[in-house]
Every structure is written in structure tokens, then in C-alpha cells.
Design a protein around this ligand. Structure first.
Ligand code: FAD
Ligand code: FES
Length: 235
């Protein structure tokens, strides 16, 4: 069991939760959270690591159903369980890098920016965040990037020029990911997507999270959630 430091609403139906303890993990990996002591809902829920330090781990989440509704009721000093880190995460790379997030897809990008900036002082990190309505947490993102572009109500994929980057790490709606992939015409640009699928176990045991790739079906929880854009088969 872990203790909650805060679980704060930061926008309509969107929460930022910080949990006490020293946890492992790197950019793009996720934890399975369980914020209820009852046997229902049966399954833990996956969330990307938003941030991590020596004394806490944090996540941002949107209330969409029963599990996230229960999570949103938790308060300071309440207990919850978390399991992880799971998944492969984004690769450590060097060069000019664009981080592109749509909606809650911004969740893994804050830690990604922090890690990439620390990994190599020559890295140039530009962050593109797209929101349907209100922009959130932009002050945090601004502090960890060389350039921050925020769009509300439009299509962030139309603002970023993927071919001007060595690497693009993206997370968001499938339409956004497809649009980024369609833009790519440079062999020097490498695109990685963090994909979301409904999950059961998070550790490769239940086969619930299949993702279609050019190399056959892969498990999002174990082989992903990060995949190179070229191998993903969009459905
Ligand atoms: C690797 C990974 C990382 C994620 N990181 C985050 C994050 O950082 N922040 C965040 O807000 N959400 C994240 N999600 C999505 C989050 O796990 C789901 O929103 C959550 O499990 C829903 O639980 P629930 O009980 O509230 O909703 P449920 O009652 O289980 O479902 C409610 C609705 O959400 C849909 N849904 C549930 N799970 C998913 C999913 N994985 N992908 C797409 N639709 C889904 C259902 O189809 C249904 O329509 C992530 C998912 C994955 C796989
Ligand atoms: S969630 Fe069970 S195999 Fe991926």
C-alpha cells in the first residue's frame, strides 16, 4: 500500500495524483493502479508515469469510467496499490526531438522531456501539446523544453513538421498518430508512438491488449506500449 500526497482536480474531470515512495521507471513506462479495496472492479488500471523523483511518483488521469471515478475520490493520506513499472518505454536518443501529445496523451511526455534533456545536453527538445478545450500543465512543460507549442481546438499534427526532427515521440488519438505518420517522408526522422489498448493484467499473461504490427500481433503491455511508427498497423 502507498500513501497519497495529493489527488487534485486540475481541469474538468482531469486529476493529478502524487503518491509517496521511491519508485522505479522511465519515460513511456506505466503502472497499474488500484484505488479501491473491493474486488470490483476486478482489474487494475494502466497509467503512464507522468513524473518521478526520489520520494514520489505522479500520474495524470481523466475520469472515463468506474475505475478512474473511484480513483478521483481518493484524498491525501488515503492508501492505494500500484504495480510496475511495466512496458518498454521510449528509447534514449540524441538529436532534435519533437514530443507530440494529444489530450491525455500528454501524460508520458513530461518525464520524456526531463529524461531527454538530462541524457544529453546537446538534445533539442520541442514539445507540441494539443487539447480539445482547455490546455493543462503548460507551465510544467515549458520549464523542461526548448520550445513549447500549445494548440486548443485544432489539430496539433498539422502544426508539427515531423521531417524537421531526428526523433518524434507521440501519444494521443489514433487519428493524430496516423496524420504524423502520413507526413513522414524523411529517412532521417524516426517516429515512436505510445499506444493505448484496454488492458487486463499489464504483464503479458491475459493477451487482452493485442496490437497489430507488420511483424504480427504484439502485446501492448509487454512488447509496447511504445512502438516504432513504421511497424504499427493502424486499425
Ligand atoms: C499503457 C497505458 C497508459 C495509459 N495512461 C493513461 C494516463 O496517463 N492517463 C489517463 O487518463 N489514461 C491513461 N490510460 C487509459 C486508462 O488506462 C483508461 O482510461 C482507464 O483504464 C479507464 O478505466 P475506467 O475504469 O475509468 O474506465 P472503464 O470503465 O474501464 O472504461 C470506460 C471507457 O474508457 C475506454 N477505455 C478503457 N481503457 C482504455 C484504454 N486503455 N484505451 C482506450 N480506451 C479505454 C473504454 O472502452 C470505455 O469506453 C492509459 C492506458 C494504457 C494502456
Ligand atoms: S494486459 Fe494482459 S497481456 Fe497485456
Amino acid at each position: 500500500m502507498a500513501k497519497i500526497i495529493f489527488n487534485q482536480q486540475i481541469d474538468d474531470g482531469i486529476y493529478y495524483i502524487e503518491i509517496a515512495g521511491k519508485y522505479r521507471g522511465s519515460m513511456g513506462q506505466f503502472y497499474m493502479l488500484r484505488g479501491w479495496a473491493t474486488s470490483h472492479p476486478l482489474l487494475n488500471r494502466p497509467f503512464s508515469i507522468f513524473d518521478l523523483n526520489d520520494h514520489s511518483i505522479s500520474f495524470i488521469y481523466k475520469v472515463v469510467g468506474e475505475g478512474t471515478q473511484l480513483l478521483s475520490k481518493l484524498r491525501k493520506n488515503n492508501d492505494l496499490e500500484l504495480f510496475g513499472p511495466y512496458g518498454n518505454g521510449f528509447p534514449l536518443v540524441e538529436g532534435k526531438i519533437a514530443l507530440v501529445g494529444g489530450g491525455m496523451g500528454i501524460a508520458p511526455l513530461y518525464l520524456a522531456a526531463r529524461e531527454l534533456m538530462t541524457y544529453s545536453p546537446t538534445n533539442e527538445v520541442h514539445i507540441y501539446l494539443g487539447f480539445k478545450e482547455n490546455a493543462i500543465l503548460t507551465d510544467l512543460f515549458e520549464a523542461v523544453s526548448h520550445k513549447l507549442i500549445v494548440d486548443t481546438g485544432g489539430y496539433i499534427s498539422e502544426i508539427v513538421n515531423v521531417n524537421s526532427y531526428d526523433y518524434v515521440f507521440a501519444c494521443g488519438p489514433q487519428d493524430m498518430e496516423m496524420a504524423l505518420m502520413q507526413q513522414k517522408n524523411s529517412e532521417n526522422t524516426h517516429i515512436f508512438f505510445s499506444v493505448e489498448r484496454r488492458m487486463g493484467c499489464g504483464i503479458g499473461a491475459c493477451l487482452a491488449c493485442t496490437c497489430k504490427t507488420s511483424a504480427g500481433n504484439k502485446l501492448t503491455c509487454k512488447d509496447g506500449p511504445v512502438f516504432p511508427g513504421e511497424v504499427l498497423l493502424f486499425e
